[in-house]
Design a binder for this molecule. Sequence first.
Ligand SMILES: Cc1cc2nc3c(=O)[nH]c(=O)nc-3n(C[C@H](O)[C@H](O)[C@H](O)COP(=O)(O)OP(=O)(O)OC[C@H]3O[C@@H](n4cnc5c(N)ncnc54)[C@H](O)[C@@H]3O)c2cc1C
Length: 382
Amino acid sequence: MDFSIDEEGRLLQQAVRDFVEESANAVWRDIEETNELPESLVEGAKELGLLSMSIPEQYGGLGFPVTKKALVHEMLGRGPWGLGTFISVHTGIGCVGIVRFGSDAQKDKYLPKMAAGEWIGSFALTEPDAGSDAGALKTTATLKGDQWVLNGTKTFITNAPKAHHFMVFAKTEQGISAFLVDADSPGLRIGQVFKTIGHRGSRPAEVVMEDCLVPKDALIGEEGKGFDYAKRCLAEGRTTLSARCVGTAQKAMELALEYGAERKTFGLPLTEHQALAFRLAQMSARTEAARLCVYRSAWLLDQGQPAIRESSTAKLLAGEGCWQTVDECMQIFGGNGYISGEYMIERLWRDLRVARVYDGSSEVQQIVIAHQLRKGNVQTPW
Ligand SMILES: Cc1cc2nc3c(=O)[nH]c(=O)nc-3n(C[C@H](O)[C@H](O)[C@H](O)COP(=O)(O)OP(=O)(O)OC[C@H]3O[C@@H](n4cnc5c(N)ncnc54)[C@H](O)[C@@H]3O)c2cc1C
């Protein structure tokens, strides 16, 4: 058993950490106010290769395994989630489907431009009446001649306003199928852009398709296999998202330790009061436990395992545990923590909250884990 991170991994982590701390965290208040990611920040992410992590080297990407992407996402979790989500959807769920299930022609067309950050990717599964129960989606795709005609509305789609294309899931004769739909396809428009309480700058939006026309070869992989593809993309997305939660919890603890060492009550720094010291110890234990589950899920995915139960376990532990940690750190800041724009802890608190909801809520992770248990998948063999 080897828990070490190699030299290359360490340098990568340090480079991303420096970028997040020096470039992204330096402008977090501007992002909150404008609800936009500064172009310089997006350019900085491009220069570091963060938009090409999932794309194989032959298409101009870095071709990182999931374990390496998890290292990056843990560091991204220290910064504004608008940036982390933008990167994560583009190079994660918005890209993995093309890399794993796309045709050679689709890879040739999309991946080099995505690796260069010229084309931004997006993942459109959720609908107004199909979120947790994504299989209940109503969007349809009908083959007419040499074109598919898509009808339906997707909602809460991250990156939608700046996306070049979407991985869209729709019902066809054979079941749920996946399509690559360009944003400028006839009949597609961006609907409402939502104002979120955290994740500022990511601007999730509706994607409305009314007799939207795409070529026959826009189908990804096999017809009727779309839901399996979605699950594979999400298993990876859940793992890297969980890594981001761990990074956020770690950052929150560091901020709370710093604040708690300065702030005195009853003649002692806050961190010297045993009740708070124990609370910090619990936070540390929870964060380490989540971190181990995240890296194991990433490692399993790199071994070609589906890691369905393990990625859901990581997401459940990281989503719930890291939320509890950030909330308890916020408590250590007392009234100061609740003042908007003063201390970064309030932003971490608003940003992290949605991790319990999206990419499969905590309840959905429990549904998935229980389903796996009933199928006899009770313990991963070492
Ligand atoms: C900021 C943001 C970005 C997003 N980005 C994307 C994106 O890029 N692409 C995309 O496709 N989607 C995206 N989503 C959508 C997200 O994945 C959904 O919001 C999520 O799946 C939950 O669906 P819902 O909101 O419809 O909640 P619902 O399905 O209505 O669920 C409401 C609540 O009920 C609980 N619940 C539901 N069923 C059960 C049950 N059987 N047992 C117990 N509890 C249950 C849920 O856990 C949840 O807490 C995003 C959402 C947000 C907020």
